[in-house]
Design a protein around this ligand. Structure first.
Ligand SMILES: [Zn+2]
Length: 501
């Protein structure tokens, strides 16, 4: 699939044309060519204005013609003399003689004055509509007529830019100078080719004008989509999280309507999905640690929560969906105490041995139980037996965003005695450490004895107890959406279907 990308021919991309050498005409020639090319734009604009002027003049003419016909034609009659129902206004009709004369004397100056006022208004309007205004052009103060096009403004200010070319799908120049006349950025936004044409100077704007872009011949296209791959990066052991979501690539095979040439153009680069392996390293070496308890909720959960509360501490409980089914209230109690609840899958199976469907259900069912019982949306989990390899990530469909292991194993499951649990938990502890203990899975009396000692020892060393989400947030290299603990695959992303290099 990747060779789609390698076959790409850059030349088909729209962009400034490679320029000819100076001896080949130079900027002046191009400039001139451009000016003559641009002249119709300018003229078209003024033509519109004079057309309006002409239209107004014609209207005035019609008025005065009507006037002269009505008032000045000596023999004009409206109805023939003697006709029933018609009045003879002609001069021969003595009855209206006076009236008519009076009208002629009164209306003439009015008509002339009106025409004059109209002419002044039209003239004034034209001048007002084309008045010069200040603009900022390519970093300099400049003047342009209001309503002028960008090509006008460029020409009037002697800015030399080269138009793009008209090119084939493979980028071969078919006709020089027949691309867009110029490119423009107005008040910080790039204008499309269509907007460059439509734009009219308002006054006060900041304009950056540069060389025009190539215009590609019309073409038909067929699309090939390239799937992202899954890649692992980083060298930590405590966390594995999605540091980049995968996105499909799109390659268009374009066939030029004019030339029949074909060219493969990547219109969207493929973006691989990256799972990053990292040990948390809090910013400024902030002394934060996370205590974690697996396999609950259980009959011990409340006692752990009480110890944490009395010490003003919190922890993270990686709960099994099937245990939440049994103790939904404890799932809620964890959150109410200020601790975090996250998933330990539904039924504690070896995920690396499961097919995709079962693996996804282990995630989905557990996340759903947490949502239902504790009202928390999370995509953070700890894999049973710490087993979650690249192939598990591939089969997960992106349901989980963070896999959490540990840096200190209390080995409480072996029941070595409270003191050894304390020692194991504290060995080599440092900012960003994650301590593994257990909530369910058997007799936890030694943990209940060890926990207050662990908390006291860490407090004495100046450590603060945080949840796994807070621990991630303490390390600014971890993407913010991941550190919320509830990241889900974005709408425009796709989960990879194969493992990359
Ligand atoms: Zn477990």
């Amino acid at each position: 699939m990747n060779d789609q990308r390698n076959n790409r021919r850059q030349a088909g991309d729209v962009g400034p044309t490679p320029r000819r050498q100076a001896g080949d005409g130079g900027p002046a020639t191009h400039g001139k060519a451009r000016y003559s090319g641009s002249a119709p734009h300018g003229q078209a604009h003024y033509r519109t204005t004079s057309r309006e002027h002409a239209k107004r003049a014609t209207t005035s003419k019609k008025v005065s013609e009507r006037g002269s016909r009505q008032y000045y034609t000596p023999n004009a009659t409206y109805g023939k003399p003697g006709q029933v129902g018609r009045i003879d206004y002609s001069r021969e009709n003595p009855r209206y003689k006076g009236v008519k004369r009076r009208r002629r004397q009164n209306r003439a100056p009015v008509v002339i004055a009106s025409a004059l006022v109209a002419a002044l208004v039209v003239g004034g309007t034209v001048m007002w509509n084309t008045r010069p205004v200040d603009i900022k052009l390519n970093g300099r103060d400049a003047r342009a007529r209001i309503g002028a096009t960008l090509v006008d403004a460029q020409r009037d200010n002697d800015l030399s830019v080269r138009p793009g070319n008209y090119v084939s799908v493979s980028g071969k120049v078919l006709r020089e100078g027949e691309g867009t006349p110029l490119s423009a950025r107005v008040d910080g936004s790039d204008l499309s080719a269509a907007d460059v044409e439509k734009y009219r100077i308002k006054g006060g704007e900041t304009i950056e004008i540069s060389d025009g872009k190539d215009r590609v011949e019309e073409y038909t296209a067929t699309e090939t989509r390239t799937q992202p791959k899954l890649r692992m990066d980083g060298d930590g052991t405590a966390l594995a999280y999605v540091s980049q979501w995968g996105r499909e690539g799109v390659t268009e095979r374009r066939t030029g309507k004019e030339t029949g040439e074909t060219a493969d153009v990547v219109t969207q680069e493929t973006q691989d999905c990256i799972v990053y392996l990292r040990n948390v390293s809090p910013d400024d070496d902030r002394k934060v640690v996370a205590l974690t308890f697996d396999d609950g909720p259980s009959t011990y959960t409340q006692r752990y929560l009480d110890i944490l509360s009395s010490a003003g501490a919190k922890a993270t409980f990686f709960c099994l969906g099937q245990m939440i089914d049994k103790y939904p209230d404890l799932a809620k109690a964890i959150v109410d105490q200020g601790s975090q609840i996250a998933s330990h899958t539904y039924a504690h199976q070896r995920l690396s041995k499961l097919d995709a469907e079962t693996l996804q259900s282990e995630h989905g069912e557990s996340f759903q139980r947490i949502r239902d019982a504790a009202g928390v949306s999370t995509t953070v989990f700890r894999p049973p037996y710490g087993e979650y390899n690249e192939s598990c990530w591939l089969r997960s469909a992106g349901l989980a965003s963070v896999s959490v292991l540990w840096t200190q194993d209390s080995r409480d499951w072996a029941r070595p005695g409270a003191d050894e649990i304390v020692t194991n938990s504290l060995v080599n502890i440092k900012p960003g450490s994650i301590v593994l203990m257990h909530d369910g899975g058997g007799d936890r009396d030694q943990d209940l004895e060890a926990l207050p000692k662990i908390i006291k020892a860490l407090k004495d060393q100046g450590f603060e107890f945080v949840t796994i989400d807070e621990l991630m947030q303490s390390d600014s290299t971890i993407p913010k959406d991941i550190a919320t603990g509830n990241a889900t695959i974005p709408d425009d992303a796709v989960w990879p279907t194969e493992i990359g290099d």
